[in-house]
Write a protein that binds this ligand. Structure first.
Ligand code: MG
Ligand code: MG
Length: 258
């Protein structure tokens, strides 16, 4: 069952999302060649707790850390480790926090130093996919219109849309109904209604849509060892329109991009 949220609940979700946004801003400030995923993870946990929130991923389904850190050919669910990032890497960082009983959950794929132009293009298009998915999250549409918008844009650029992992409803649980696939046909699934709160998170591969999993039981990689990108926002439907609860502004500020 979908739990449609009241205005008060959506405000709580915005506060939880902002803790994650600020944490990703800290990650943006620190992520440079030579830094390790475990270092980012420690700073992220500190940042979340400093805001009176709790890391959402730590311990969930036995995940060992605060951040999922997935460099280069890793799609999502990478476990932070001691291997330093290097010039030319891309690094997907997914972060969740619980504040006052509500979850924030969003993600950004960062560039480390000088990244190859075709990889930068993948990041740009994946972020555009997220924007198109958000724009489709309005009353008058159905759930599958979100995935349709994402898939159409990704495939126009020859990229693969991961099928096995999807966006999701968000609220007092990290994963609520409905599932939000990043692919689909127009006009299928439930009608989008006011009070819907979801995490939209395109996972777009430069090559094949196929994935594989490392034997750590977590890390998802591309099937052809080409790069993958992941951007995620928390979105509520208010007055028939999408409202983005999370923000990349702290990231842009840290990177001097705005
Ligand atoms: Mg996430
Ligand atoms: Mg999510």
């Amino acid at each position: 069952m979908i739990h449609y949220k009241s205005a008060e609940e959506i405000e709580k979700m915005r506060k939880a999302a902002l803790v994650v946004s600020k944490t990703l801003g800290e990650v943006a400030r620190l992520l440079k060649p030579g830094v390790t995923g475990l270092e980012l993870d420690r700073i992220a946990e500190e940042c979340i707790r400093d805001h009176g929130a709790t890391p959402a991923f730590l311990g969930m389904y036995d995940f060992p850390n605060t951040l999922c850190i997935s460099p280069n050919t890793e799609v999502v669910h990478g476990i932070p480790n001691k291997k330093p990032f290097k010039d030319g890497d891309i690094v997907s960082v997914d972060c969740g926090a619980i504040l006052d009983g509500y979850f924030g959950d969003h993600a950004y794929t960062f560039e480390v130093g000088d990244v190859a132009p075709e990889t930068r293009q993948l990041l740009k298009v994946t972020k555009e996919c997220l924007e198109k998915g958000i724009a489709a999250t309005r009353v008058g549409n159905r759930i599958s219109d979100i995935g349709f918008a994402i898939q159409e844009h990704a495939e126009k650029h020859g990229y693969g849309v991961v099928r096995e992992l999807v966006g999701h409803g968000l609220g007092t649980k990290l994963h609520e109904e409905p599932q939000i696939p990043n692919y689909g046909k127009r006009g299928r699934g439930k009608k989008i209604k006011n009070g819907l709160t979801i995490a939209i998170e395109p996972m777009i591969n430069m090559g094949t849509e196929k994935i594989k999993q490392l034997n750590d039981g977590w890390t998802i990689l591309t099937g052809d060892d080409k790069p993958s990108a992941h951007f995620e926002h928390d979105v509520a439907v208010v007055n028939d329109e999408p409202v983005i609860l999370s923000t990349f502004d702290y990231i842009y500020e840290a990177l001097g991009q705005k």
